[in-house]
Design a protein around this ligand. Structure first.
Ligand code: GRF
Length: 216
């Protein structure tokens, strides 16, 4: 059973605008969750300041202080467990998670990606969309599996690419959609409304009885 509010742990490496969108949605009563802890692999990540300002625990873990990726991820997972985190939210986290980490939180990790997956997974998605000449870009919130940006898709939103777009203007328009989608996906998860059947994720209408394989 999930807690009400749902306990979140956020992993972030940088600016933290998606973290802020989650915090703002919680504050506004649009997302029945609580950010217990924010973990960053970067000491100077603005996301850590945003966490402190919101009264969440801010933890920096230095990857160089651990022998390898698995050991580092284990330290991150231990912090999340110590805070009784139920859902892990990746928000601009620049590290690829080890299989061991993903297995430790089965069906309990979300990520936001600035592209319409499965197009343009990985780094520089907006630049690559422009270079490729696609006419529609967008944002995706998805469950995290052992691959890079390959897990089941929860929500997507399309953003048209304009003739005069630069990487920055496109990224800014996509970011607006990320900030809208991420708290919405967390809300659906918190309310126990996400049904996962293989790769397909659907959202039960509010107030429906339990059915299907609900995401844990
Ligand atoms: C976002 O575009 C997110 O989709 C990508 O990295 C960026 C992080 O931005 N994974 P922020 O740190 O949330 O502001």
């Amino acid at each position: 059973m999930r807690s009400v509010p749902l306990v979140l742990g956020v992993l972030a490496s940088g600016r933290g605008s998606n973290l802020q969108a989650i915090l703002d949605a919680i504050e506004a009563g649009r997302c029945p969750a609580r950010v217990a802890v924010v973990v960053s692999d970067r000491k100077d990540a603005p996301a850590l300041d945003r966490a402190r300002q919101a009264g969440a625990k801010a933890v920096h873990l230095d990857p160089r202080a651990h022998p390898d990726r698995v050991a580092f991820d284990e330290a991150v997972a231990d912090v999340l467990d110590r805070h009784a985190v139920e859902l892990v939210c990746l928000a601009g986290y620049m590290r690829v998670l080890s299989v061991e980490f993903v297995r430790r939180f089965p069906g309990r990790i979300l990520n936001v990606h600035p592209a319409l997956l499965p197009a343009f997974p990985g780094l520089h998605a907006q630049r690559r969309a422009l270079e490729h000449g696609v006419k529609v870009a967008g944002a995706t919130v998805h469950f995290v599996d052992a691959g890079v940006d390959t897990g089941p898709i929860v929500l997507q939103s399309a953003v048209p690419i304009l003739d005069d777009d630069t990487e920055d203007t496109l990224a800014a328009r996509i970011l607006v959609e990320e900030h809208r989608l991420y708290p919405e996906a967390i809300r659906l998860y918190a309310e126990g409304r996400l049904l996962v059947a293989g790769r397909r994720v659907s959202a039960k209408p509010r107030g429906d009885g339990p059915q299907g394989a609900e995401a844990r």
